[in-house]
Design a protein around this ligand. Structure first.
Ligand code: ATP
Length: 895
């Protein structure tokens, strides 16, 4: 029987009613075959707006540009003057140009799609009785989803189980505080913000755990009905797009000015106005770097794909540019600077401290055996097994443990000491949980067994001790004295100074237990020091970042001594660094004194911080004018990730919310990949800058040449079609090759780029003008030489100008090598795309001269070998002059 879908008031159902209405099972969920049937019936869980524009539209949009309109105008003018062949030729150019643009955009889109696939959000559902992770797109109505803190909700759903579940729903309801959820049946006419038994697509779980039946997907969700929110998922214009737009505008003004000057002087000189019109069109065509936006997109998309291969998935195009400007990286510790392979290393009982190790499921003590603390040890194992959310996932040949690495280490500890976690969990039925949060830094669970209630608690030593009033030594329990507290804290500091992550363990099994607030009057048992080895391979990355003018700051929830120890081992601070700021000491940021401000900006290690403080530290750095990258994994990191200029989420241990909010996801969680991503960001931007300089200098040279020849040899000036050919052939392919280059090694030896700077600085404009002038000179030299020695025929002279410029522009690509690089071995000569581009361009040139029809359209002639030789030699002039200029400049600047 078919289910009724969509349902109008799912919140008005009770738990039983919703399960029946959606024909599902609260324990075993849907069967896989039923889920597949529902996918066919109700479609995938995606919005219409997220569908990509069609191939046809993409093709059509290639014609939507001012230059194409201008060319169509040129076609009309040439038709009017009955120059049919030329009109057809311009049309062909428009078509070829659109085809190149289309192919490049398709390539960029494929790269972006490949990136998107790496960034698919998964959801936990129960199907065929098993919890499994599936792409959120595949969720169907009636699926039972399993929720925990950090999850992004994949569809609207009715809760059937809620364990202190809280959701952040500000995007839907405007309510900034998390909403507490339950499973109660509600009346029909209840406002969205008060539908406490529902969770909604796109919101996230901030606390607790739960289970829910999916009642709506895709458009049939609250989020789907708010179109503006759906539309906001479209890619916005990036800062780079804006800068390229501004540059194009500037070039249009330059052209207009040149055309104006040329037309007015032409009219004053009484020249033929058809010639004036033709040359004006040539000038307009010359000035516009047609390839610029598309080459930029291809370069970015290609760069992003390379970055993804090196473990950094970039979600926003704009992030690449910002990465290159980043000058502060705020990083967390666990997993990023450490391996996140957590081992139990030391037990600290009130009467003894013992080093331990677990190998092949065998627990061994450094001193041979546990002597004085057997009773505490047994309690410790029990607490560790119960206050634990690890779940086993059965694979084909072995069972994998899923959950927090600390808790996994505790399960291994219980197993190695002869207890079986699953059995303990059955003996002590869990009836309540106060989940771990980075704010409280403790976690507690309430259990019931044959003797009554049992509270198991673990957490940071300072935070848990506040909740303890007694201590267990041997089998006796007594009051916890001030002396005891001091001793415990001193022992924890000792372990922290060794780089261990320390957790304290406590319990309660007597007296009145408040089921809602059971974390008090606890009995302290022991501490465990966990070893999380530092990633030693990141030392080099730290050094590279420092050289690149990037400051690295560690912000962790861990103990200051643990933090300092790890910071020293990975080379984040010097060996003698003693300075770490502890969260509790930081005053309220709203009333921060200048002195504290300075202190924050000059400290490299922040410990025991709260998520709010992470956000404040980001803000302090930003206020001081820095571009801040920030790593995060937890649900509470999302605001700081959003606030930072580049939010970096951890792919392995990050929650979905962190991944959704961030602009970059690290596949391997390692700091090394962050440093690599920054270097890539810089290289990509450098490539973009290189091809912009190349393209603009080529275009400017065309303007110079058309204007100069217009005055000195008007009959031989370059024709619009010739310029179009040059722009499309001699410019675009080498430019693309520059955009795909590997970048040079020195990018990380320079300070970060100011993001406010335009693509081209004033100095770049001077350089570009110089480049353009050298190419103009090359053409003038060739023209004069040929006029004197070979022929005075205006067509031949025009052809000389054309091929000299073509060669000059091709050779000019070698001028784009980085400063201080070897002339023969540098990033350009090593770029295989450059050689391919040169080969294609030369072949096309040969083809144009070999095919009579092409020759006639481009008004070319069969030229004597001598002309070719002169043109090629003259084409080398810019290369020669620029190299001499670079040589002198570098000698001057190195003095
Ligand atoms: P890092 O920067 O190292 O990733 P963090 O900011 O993520 O650290 P938290 O995970 O918030 O730090 O941990 C802070 C403290 O809370 C730890 O030092 C530890 O004492 C305690 N803690 C961590 N995980 C748990 C847990 N699962 N249960 C109870 N306490 C925990």
């Amino acid at each position: 029987m078919k289910i009724k879908y969509p349902q109008s008031y799912p919140h008005s159902f009770s738990v039983e009613e919703v399960v029946i209405a959606f024909q599902t099972d609260s324990e075993s969920g849907l069967s896989q075959s039923e889920a597949e049937k529902r996918t066919r019936e109700f479609g995938p869980n995606i919005y219409q707006a997220q569908k990509q524009k069609s191939i046809w539209l993409m093709m059509l949009l290639q014609f939507k540009s001012p230059i194409v309109y201008l060319l169509f105008f040129a076609v009309a003018v040439t038709f009017y003057f009955q120059n049919v062949i030329e009109a057809i030729a311009i049309l062909a150019v428009i078509m070829v140009n659109a085809a190149i643009g289309f192919l490049m955009e398709l390539q960029a889109r494929n790269s972006m799609n490949a990136l998107k696939e790496m960034d698919v959000i998964h959801s936990k559902v129960i199907r065929d009785g098993k919890v499994q992770e599936i792409p959120s797109e595949k969720i169907v109505p009636g699926d039972i989803i399993v929720l925990e803190a950090g999850d992004v909700i994949p569809g609207d759903a009715h809760l059937i189980e809620s364990n202190q579940l809280q959701c952040e729903e500000s995007s839907l309801t405007g309510e900034s505080l998390p909403t507490e959820k339950n499973t109660d049946k509600l009346a029909k006419d209840i406002a969205l913000g008060d539908q406490f038994n529902m969770v909604f697509k796109g919101t996230s779980v901030t606390n607790g755990t739960g289970k829910a039946v999916i009642t709506g997907i895709a458009q049939h969700t609250q989020l789907g009905t708010i179109t503006s929110l759906v539309e906001s998922s479209k890619e916005k214009e990036t800062p780079l797009d804006k800068k390229i737009g501004a540059l194009s505008k500037k070039l249009i003004w330059i052209t207009l000015a040149m055309t104006g000057i040329f037309a007015i002087t032409g009219i004053i000189q009484g020249k033929d106005w058809v010639l004036i019109l033709e040359t004006s069109i040539a000038l307009s065509v010359a000035a516009f770097p047609e390839g610029l936006p598309i080459v930029a997109t291809v370069a970015l998309a290609y760069g992003m794909l390379l970055m993804a291969k090196r473990n950094a998935i970039v979600k926003k195009l704009s992030a690449v540019e910002t990465l290159g400007s980043t000058n502060v990286i705020l990083t967390d510790k666990t997993g990023t600077l450490t391996e996140n392979k957590i081992y139990v290393d030391t037990f600290s009982f009130p009467n003894e401290k013992i080093k331990v190790s677990i190998e092949d499921n065998v627990l061994s003590f450094a001193e041979g055996n546990i002597k004085k603390s057997e009773a505490e040890f047994q309690k410790l194992i029990l607490i560790g097994a119960l206050c634990n959310n690890v779940s086993p996932k059965k694979g084909d040949d072995k069972t994998e443990l899923i959950g927090d690495p600390i808790e996994i280490a505790l399960v291994h500890l219980a197993d190695a000491s002869g207890s079986i976690t699953e059995d303990l969990k059955l003996q002590y039925e869990r009836t309540g949980e106060i989940p771990f949060s980075s704010d409280t830094k403790i976690m507690g669970t309430l259990h019931k067994n044959s003797n009554g209630y049992f509270v198991a608690a673990k957490g940071s030593v300072e935070h848990l001790l506040i909740k303890c009033s007694k201590i267990q030594t041997g089998s006796t329990i007594q009051n916890l004295s001030e002396e005891d507290r001091k001793n415990i804290l001193a022992q924890s500091e000792e372990m922290a100074a060794d780089g261990l992550r320390v957790l304290a363990f406590a319990f309660n099994e007597e007296g009145e237990i408040n089921k809602d607030d059971f974390l008090n009057s606890l009995v302290y048992v022991a501490m465990i020091g966990f070893l999380d080895p530092p990633r030693l391979d990141i030392k080099e990355a730290m050094l590279t970042c420092r050289k690149a003018g990037i400051k690295i700051v560690m912000i962790t929830g861990d103990h200051p001594l643990t933090a300092l120890n790890i910071a020293k081992k990975v080379g984040l601070v010097d060996e003698n660094e003693q300075n770490a700021i502890t969260g509790i000491d930081i005053p309220d940021m709203e009333s921060l004194s200048d002195e504290w401000n300075k202190k924050i900006l000059s400290t490299a290690v922040f410990a025991r911080t709260t998520p709010k403080q992470k956000l404040d530290i980001v803000a302090t750095y930003q206020k001081a004018g820095n571009i801040v990258a920030m790593t995060g994994d937890g649900v509470n990191d999302a605001p700081a990730l959003k606030k930072s200029d580049i939010g970096i989420a951890m792919g392995l241990r990050g929650t979905q919310v962190a991944k959704e909010t961030a602009s970059i996801i690290l596949k391997d969680d390692s700091f090394k990949s962050i440093a690599q991503a920054v270097s890539h960001g810089r290289e990509i931007f450098q490539n973009i800058q290189k091809f912009v300089i190349y393209l603009v200098s080529c275009n400017l040279s065309e303007i110079f040449i058309v204007t100069t020849l217009g005055f000195v040899a008007p009959a031989s000036t370059l024709l619009p079609l010739q310029i179009l050919f040059l722009n499309m052939v001699t410019d675009v392919f080498p430019a693309l090759a520059l955009g795909l280059g590997k970048g040079d090694k020195t990018v990380m030896e320079r300070p970060p780029r100011d993001p406010k700077l335009l693509i081209l600085s004033n100095k770049d404009w001077i350089t570009i003008s110089f480049y353009a002038a050298t190419m103009t000179l090359a053409v003038i030299v060739a023209v004069f030489y040929c006029k004197q020695t070979i022929s005075t025929d205006s067509k031949i002279i025009n052809n000389v100008a054309f091929i000299t410029l073509a060669f000059a522009q091709l050779f000019h690509v070698f001028n784009m090598s980085s400063a201080h690089s070897n002339f023969f071995v540098n990033d350009i000569t090593k770029n295989k795309f450059v050689w391919i581009a040169l080969l294609i361009c030369t072949a096309l040139m040969v083809l144009v001269f070999a095919i009579p029809q092409m020759r006639s359209v481009l008004r070319l002639d069969v030229l004597p070998a001598q002309v070719w030789l002169v043109s090629i030699l003259a084409g080398l002039i810019p290369l020669l002059l620029v190299q001499v200029y670079k040589f002198i400049w570098e000698r001057k600047s190195s003095k």
